[in-house]
Structures are given as C-alpha cells and as structure tokens.
Design a protein around this ligand. Structure first.
Ligand code: F6P
Length: 482
C-alpha cells in the first residue's frame, strides 16, 4: 500500500481474516470471528478502502495485501502485546467492565501501557495511509485512544469511532484508573457511535463529569471550538445475503439432514454463541435441562443444539467457562439422556455461514440469553433466515437486539424460572402467534440492515463537518431493489 492513498480507512483490532497454521504447518487465512467483520465488509467494498488490523499470531513484517478484493494492512502484535493489550487490557479489563461486571475486571498498569503503545502504532499507521481529507473509521473498545492520537497527527481527517459493545454507566466506568484518558481518546473523533441511545447518554454524562467539557443533548463542545457528536446506530446484518442463503436448496437440504441426524425431534432448540461468559450459555442449558428433568419436555421429542465458537482461549476466565460448560453438558446428558437421544447436542466449533443458515432453518426455537450484549447479531440472523415466518425467538432483555426485536419472548437471563417459563411458552405457542411475532420482527430486520447502519453512521459523520473532507460512497442497495 502506497503512503497516503486511501480515502476510507478502517482501523480495527483484527483484520477480517485471521492467519492460522494448519496441522501440516502451512499457513492459511480464515474469516475472523465476530459480527464486526461481516458488518464492515460491504462498506469497504463500496469504497475501495484500506483495513488496518492485527492478522492474528505473532508474525512480523507482513506487507499489505489484497484478500478477496479487500486491501488489508497487517499491523502485528508481539507475544507480549497479545498478552497485555489484547488478552489483558482489552479482554481482562475493558470487556468485563463494559459488560456490567459479569466477570471481575483486572486493573494492571503494564496492561494499560501496552494498550497505549498498540493504539499509538495503529494510529501512526492510519496517519500514514489516509489520503488528505480521508475518512477514518475506528472500531471498538480495543482502539479507544486511536481517534485523538490520529487527530494530533492528521487534523485534516474526518474521524469516526464506533463501539460494538455496551458503554457502561458512570457508576461502573469510573472504576477505571484511566477513565479520563479513554474519554479523551474518544473525543478525538467527530462522531462517536454506540449501539443504543443509553450508551451515548452514559458517554455524554461521563465527559461532562470527568473531563469537564460543556455538553448539550448529544453534543460535546471542546475548548478549541470543535464539537463531537455521540449517537446510537444499532448495528445489523447483511439481510439479503442471509435470505438468499436460507432460500437456497443446499441450505434447505442441509437443514433436513441436521434434523434427521438429531433423530427428527418435534422441537429443535438452538443456541449459537462465541464461548463467552457474557452469553449466558450455562444458565440457559440449566433452564432447558430442568424442563426435561421435570418432564415438561420429553427426551427425544425436544433437543437443544448448542454451538459454542472457540474464543480468547488463553484467557483464564474463558478456560474456566469452557470446562464448566463441558461438565454441565456431560452431566445433563449423563443424567437425562437415553441411548442415541442426547438432551443437548454440544458443538465446540465455528461454522461457515452456509452451515449457520442451515442451523437457523432447522431450529424451531432460537435461544439468545446473554447477561449483557452490545447487540447480538445471531438473533437478527435467525430472523432473517425464517423465510416462512415461523420459528420462535427467546431473547434476553439485556441484548441490544431486544430494543428492536420487541416481539421476541423477552427474558431476564438471571431468572432461571422466568427463562423456563419463556422456553415453555415459545415451545407451546400456536403457529398463528409465532407467525405474528416473526412477521413483525422480519419487517424490522429487513428495514434496518447493515447498509442502513453503515450509511447512517457515515452520512452523520460527513454532516459533522460538511465543508471538510472527501465524500464516502453509501453502500445502500442498487436503486431497482429499493
Ligand atoms: O464485538 C466485540 C468483539 O470483540 C469484536 O471486536 C470482535 O470482532 C469479536 O468480538 C470477536 O472477538 P475477538 O477479536 O476477541 O476474537
């Protein structure tokens, strides 16, 4: 990549592809986990942008390259930075702190130092490759210092920041020893985007209290005359892509195969999550198993398929969670299952989109019960794949998606009895009731797809300084599809 050549630059912790070494030692690329990647791909394609991110692993000196038409700029992390910046400050401090303290955050000064160092390197790289007046869109909690670091070097840029995870209320955020630095880092952006309006309000309040800037509604007034806007842009999915996949014959066939392999039960319950303690997997499996134990659901007639995608496997709390879930599934199947009829079919693996669409098509009840989640795109993917307007969604009140998918069976994942009741209601609901709910949710998801999200953010960003910087092309569908 030549210096100063890109009009749109995405800065994210990870590249959209991950460098992995196969069993025979050959390196290859596979899509990175998480919704961030699938959400940003269409924007990149429409704009010929460049994406700066960590390629996974510790290999150094990798040159920019093109993968599947995307310009990728690898920024490597050393083994120490992976431990301190990624596993440490990002996922041992910020992740639990921003997710309602579902786990206990750890505060270590050397983790913070590594976070600053890595953010600076990513900012320096963006400063090098962004063209004059370009738009730089910084992503997520691992990169919160980049906006101000970048502005210091390149005041000509239009800078946006988007947080994919929740932003906590002041009562939690102020535990962070570096709270002021993080807020100041974010204030380097022209527009700071969040999943939900409550998060934007938390941010504005904290800026007023902790940094002392004047604020009015969604605006922050900086002493140098600049204004920063904070607003909500709920992220979404490539609805057309999922619908097309779900409508394909091969997905329909695979969905029937899955049901057959499960012994053709009457009801398939499904959970698909990154294996993360915020997702509420343990509680949901307990709730389901108690329904089986108490004979509200019969072994063989109902089965729960739980897919858990491996994630952050070197972080202690994730290892503990994996062992806990392994043990729980073993115990439930050992106590309640019958020969050839497990109660829970547990898969610790990640699957391509085709297989995910087949699972969504095969499932009668989708169960999404995080203790706290920025959005949860799995819930939206399930809705997009239910072309026949059937299928029930049980959804945690504490997932961002619950703000939009009001017709789901909403649950408090801390309330096991409440969750059991909702699972039963979803299981017993009349087809008409299921259809009424699913139809409404499908309408919502179709209206607000990922293009709507990206265009909404980028046009708001352009409007923050209309006289300044280059235009970014919208990613909306071609006119004839509208
Ligand atoms: O949305 C949260 C997030 O951390 C994203 O930034 C990322 O794409 C996804 O979860 C997966 O996490 P990780 O990059 O730690 O595997």
């Amino acid at each position: 990549m030549r210096n100063r050549s890109a009009d749109l630059v995405i800065v994210a912790n990870r590249l959209p592809v991950d460098r992995v070494t196969d069993d025979d030692g050959t390196p290859s690329w596979r899509p990175s986990p998480g919704g961030l990647v699938s959400a940003l791909e269409p924007v990149m394609r429409a704009n010929d942008g460049a994406w700066i991110g960590w390629p996974g692993g510790t290999e150094t000196g990798m040159r920019p390259f093109t993968s599947d038409g995307l310009s990728l700029v690898p920024e490597s992390l050393s083994a120490e930075e992976i431990e301190e910046h990624y596993e440490g400050f990002s996922n041992g401090t910020l992740w639990p702190l921003y997710h309602d303290l579902v786990a206990k955050p750890e505060f270590h000064r050397e983790w913070w130092d590594a976070y600053v160092r890595v953010n600076q390197r990513f900012a320096d790289r963006a400063a090098k490759i962004a063209s004059h007046g370009a738009t730089v869109w910084v992503q997520d909690y691992q990169m919160q210092l980049v906006p101000q670091m970048l502005r210091d070097k390149r005041p000509d840029l239009r800078i946006g920041f988007y947080l994919h995870i929740p932003f906590p209320p002041a009562e939690l955020f102020q535990q962070l020893p570096w709270r002021r630095e993080i807020l100041q880092g974010l204030l380097g952006a022209d527009l700071v985007g969040f999943q939900l309006p409550g998060a934007a309000q938390n941010f504005i309040r904290l800026v007023r209290q902790r940094v002392g800037h004047k604020t009015h509604r969604d605006l922050v007034y900086l002493p140098d005359g600049r204004t920063v806007k904070a607003a909500a842009f709920p992220i979404s999915i490539d609805v057309d892509g999922f619908e097309e996949l779900a409508a394909s014959e091969s997905v329909a066939e695979r969905a029937s195969e899955i049901r057959e392999a499960l012994g053709n039960p009457d009801t398939v319950f499904l959970g698909i999550d990154r294996l993360d303690y915020t997702k509420g997997i343990y509680a949901r499996l307990r709730a389901f198993s108690e329904l089986v134990r108490d004979k509200h659901l019969a072994v063989g007639e109902a089965v729960f398929v739980q897919v858990a995608t491996p994630s952050r496997e070197r972080v202690e709390q994730y290892r503990i969670l994996r062992d806990d879930i392994d043990r729980l599934v073993g115990r439930i199947n050992g106590d309640l299952g019958e020969i050839g009829k497990p109660v829970i079919s547990y898969l610790h693996s990640s699957y391509p989109r085709h297989e995910m669409a087949a699972l969504y098509r095969a499932a009668d009840v989708m169960v999404v019960t995080p203790f706290r989640d920025g959005m949860n795109l799995v819930a939206k993917e399930y809705v997009a794949c239910r072309l026949e307007e059937d299928g029930a969604l049980v959804l945690s009140e504490f997932a961002g998606a619950a703000d939009e998918l009001r017709q789901a069976w909403l649950v408090n994942p801390y309330d096991i009895n409440g969750m059991k009741a909702a699972l039963r209601q979803a299981h017993d609901a009349e087809p008409k009731e299921i259809q009424r709910r699913m139809r409404a949710m499908r309408r919502t998801v179709r209206e607000r797809d990922v293009n709507h999200w990206a265009d909404g953010f980028l046009s708001e960003l352009a409007a923050t300084r209309p006289d300044h910087g280059k235009k970014v092309r919208p990613v909306g569908r071609p006119e004839e599809d509208d």
